[in-house]
Write a protein that binds this ligand. Structure first.
Ligand SMILES: [Zn+2]
Length: 198
């Protein structure tokens, strides 16, 4: 895949709906104080901050930073992990939570067993936490800059045939390419040379 980063802003056709290519972005060789590290961290955290904030209602403390809670309008109780701060029953705050896919079983006051879904609070990741989580094999998907892909309408031919007449492709304004966000899969990765910053 060829990234023509320096030409991006000269090309007027910004087309959405075109498939976004994904490439791996290994972080192993990038030190914490490198601008590339900071840029990845910033993208990750701004993505998280733009998640839909909802009212979270504390039902009761479970253990450590885990609380039984309700998220938004949903009547279901969930186990909410990684809650910052100390909260009392019925306290409410705004936050973004996402399901972990796990289930949690507890006994209610009557001794009956209940199984609830586990959610975790999304919050800003620190540089050290990012390194640790990458080392543990986690990957993070972010948009990093833009890239050009062949126009899917004309398949890069730049031309179209309308009413039997050959004309330029309207989708890509005859450029043959579409400019799409570059999807990047941030991972710890193997010790391979890192591409220069666009
Ligand atoms: Zn086209």
């Amino acid at each position: 895949m060829k990234t023509i980063a320096c030409l991006i802003f000269a090309i007027p056709s910004l087309l959405f709906g075109q498939a976004s290519p994904v490439k791996d972005y290994p972080m192993r060789n990038i030190p914490k104080d490198d601008p590339r590290f900071q840029s990845v961290l910033q993208s990750l955290n701004s993505q998280r901050n733009h998640g839909n904030k909802e009212v979270i209602t504390i039902i009761q403390h479970s253990s450590g930073s885990d609380y039984l809670a309700r998220i938004g309008e949903s009547p279901s109780i969930v186990l909410l992990k990684n809650v910052e701060g100390k909260w009392a029953d019925n306290d409410q705050f705004q936050g973004t939570a996402s399901p972990t896919g796990d289930l949690y079983e507890y006994s209610n006051v009557l001794g009956a067993k209940r199984t609830v879904r586990v959610f975790t609070m999304l919050r800003e990741i620190t540089p050290d936490e990012l390194i640790l989580r990458l080392k543990n094999g986690e990957t993070f998907s972010i948009n990093k800059g833009m890239t050009n892909v062949p126009c899917t309408t004309c398949e890069g031919r730049k031309t179209a045939t309308i009413n039997g007449k050959k004309t330029y492709c309207r989708t890509c304004s005859g450029q043959g390419v579409a400019t799409v966000p570059q999807r990047v899969n941030v991972l710890w990765g193997v010790a391979v040379p890192i591409e220069p910053r666009p």
